[in-house]
Design a binder for this molecule. Structure first.
Ligand SMILES: [Zn+2]
Length: 153
């Protein structure tokens, strides 16, 4: 835990974010991105490490196992439930020094000039939504994970 960390606060439940929690265990927390006042790109999922540590190089083996598995499961879920044709994954950390990975879908018919985890946001036909749409995305992904949790990778 760290003071003044948005992600730690989110895990503690002291701040609300858009949508609903998708998954949580002792190592990872999964939810939808929240763009505040602006609509969110639907299907943009955040996988957070539960522990306050800055980057991928700080993961313990146990955390890395958990992080890798949920990364694969969430990516598959977004492809299946949201009809994504490709999944981008990105760790930036420019704004918060608490490890979180962006899982960003690319939807069918996205013009090539908008290919990329940031670029997809600029496509005028990309699906954006507010809280009620985000809740539906979260529910679909959570249900998929529930139904496929014993799947082997
Ligand atoms: Zn933190």
């Amino acid at each position: 835990m760290s003071e003044d960390c948005f992600i730690c606060d989110k895990h503690k439940g002291t701040i609300e974010t858009a949508g609903e929690k998708i998954f949580e265990d002792e190592f990872v927390y999964v939810g939808h991105i929240d763009k505040g006042d602006r609509p969110s790109y639907l299907g943009h999922i955040m996988i957070d490490l539960k522990r306050h540590a800055p980057g991928l190089g700080d993961l313990t083996i146990e955390e890395a196992n958990a992080f890798g598995q949920i990364m694969a499961q969430v990516s598959r879920a977004v492809k299946e439930t949201e009809n994504a044709e490709h999944i981008y994954a990105l760790v930036s950390g420019n704004s918060v020094a608490h490890l979180h990975m962006h899982i960003v879908p690319r939807y069918p018919n996205t013009p090539e000039e908008y290919w990329g985890p940031n670029e997809v946001y600029s496509w005028s036909e990309a699906p954006f939504g507010r809280n009620e749409d985000i809740i539906k995305v979260c529910e679909r992904i959570r249900n998929y994970l529930e139904e496929n949790k014993h799947e082997e990778f």
